[in-house]
Design a protein around this ligand. Structure first.
Ligand SMILES: [Zn+2]
Length: 411
């Protein structure tokens, strides 16, 4: 893509109303615009990142047997009344039609997916089953001041599964947990699994996937020696400095963390409310065990920005960067056109800053946008044997030939 093709480019100065790093850098870099607190438009660069995170999540959900569907955002009130969520979920957005009919904006999809799957799950032979979708969701937040970390409208993957027995659910949960850890690793994040309460969904224990960052809202205690981690906002039986109850070797350390995913064992709450039952091997009617598994996609994008930035802008991990490389030509001699075409032909995602701007502006914008590589071409670099390449995360610059460059970028 040529930067001249989009009007939605980086800004010289950060927005005045931004109080968080992700909000500031995403607006200044030309990734998002805020419509109101907690509600954002994704501009072309931002949409590329969002779609890439979505695709990583999709691939890992497909890999554990999830079937993708797309469920609606607008729900009739009666399904929420049936599950108890109409009065029980305080963040549920409720609205009324012009003739007084009541609706809810999707905050979760148990009320839609359970009656949907009632049609397809009849016998033990139909189990286990897992379906997921990736869709916008809504929460009536009183305060939404964390950029895209906590939206009133946010993009999320949620999966639901049904099982013949608790053992089968537990087995699938382990698979889903591994898939989640893989997703976050691919996104360049280190996540921890914490035990938390089930909130409004369930009385059973749930699990949260947390990324350690000062921008997070959760307070966790974790062990540096094993995978033990607990959300102390929900479970208060552990204190800072306690010996780790799991490995008993190290003391628990506190940290701020951002929740990027969660898993709930829903038991029979929704299958009973919507009478989703199956016939077991002996011919008896039974309720399956149901689970739900969320990953906040727009939220994860915000967490990535909070984790990977410096005073010049964002440093996107390679898997989700809007482009692999920013191409800058300093003296408009036509070499950049050829390199741009060669990179495109080699399948490299390249953003060519083809504007009539100073080198200073182009370098600053390149850092702000945060693609993993910057390539500069000028008379000087051509004389020296090719182009100058620099990683966003490093200071070292190198002159390489076009062939070498393509190898580095595709490597
Ligand atoms: Zn431990």
């Amino acid at each position: 893509m040529k930067i001249s093709e989009t009007a939605m480019r980086p800004l010289k100065n950060p927005p005045k109303d931004a109080t968080t790093t992700n909000h500031k850098l995403l607006v200044q870099g030309g990734f998002v615009r805020q419509l109101m607190a907690g509600v954002y438009t994704y501009l072309p660069f931002g949409l590329r990142v969002l779609r890439k995170i979505e695709q990583v999540v999709r691939e890992e959900m497909d890999a554990i047997g999830g079937e993708e569907v797309l469920m609606p955002m607008l729900h009739p009130a009666d399904i929420w009344k049936k599950s108890g969520g109409w009065d029980g979920v305080d963040v549920l957005f409720k609205l009324q039609s012009r003739i007084g009919k009541e609706y809810a904006l999707g905050q979760s999809q148990e009320e839609v997916v359970t009656p949907l799957m009632q049609e397809f799950i009849k016998s033990y032979r139909d189990l286990p089953k897992a379906v997921y979708h990736i869709q916008w969701k809504f929460r009536d937040e009183l305060r939404a001041k964390s950029g895209i970390l906590r939206g009133r409208e946010f993009y999320m993957k949620d999966m639901y599964s049904w099982h013949e027995s608790q053992e089968d659910f537990d087995e699938f949960y382990e698979k889903a947990k591994e898939a989640y850890l893989k997703v976050f690793t691919r996104l360049g994040l280190v996540s921890k699994v914490t035990e938390a309460s089930g909130g409004s969904f369930s009385d059973k224990v749930s699990y949260e996937f947390e990324v350690l960052t000062d921008a997070g809202e959760a307070n966790i205690l974790y062990c540096g020696g094993c995978e033990f981690c607990v959300n102390v906002d929900d479970i208060d039986k552990y204190k800072e400095g306690d010996v780790c109850p799991k490995c008993k070797k190290r003391k628990l350390e506190p940290s701020k963390a951002a929740e990027v995913g969660n898993v709930f064992d829903l038991g029979e709450k929704y299958v009973k409310a919507f009478d989703l039952s199956f016939t077991d091997k002996e011919g008896n009617k039974k309720y399956p065990v149901m689970g739900c598994y969320g990953i906040g996609i727009s939220r994860t994008m915000g967490v990535i920005v909070e984790k990977f930035n410096d005073d010049k802008g964002i440093l996107w991990p390679e898997e989700v960067a809007p482009f692999k490389v920013t191409l800058i030509d300093l003296d408009k001699k036509g070499e950049a056109q050829e390199i741009y075409e060669q990179l495109n032909d080699a399948g490299v995602e390249v953003l060519w800053d083809d504007r009539e701007e100073s080198a200073g502006v182009k370098f600053a914008d390149s850092d702000l946008i945060g693609n993993p590589y910057r390539v500069v071409v000028s008379e000087k670099t051509i004389k020296a044997g090719g182009v100058e390449v620099k990683k966003r995360s490093e200071n070292e610059v190198k002159i390489v030939s076009i062939e070498e460059l393509i190898k580095v970028l595709n490597g």
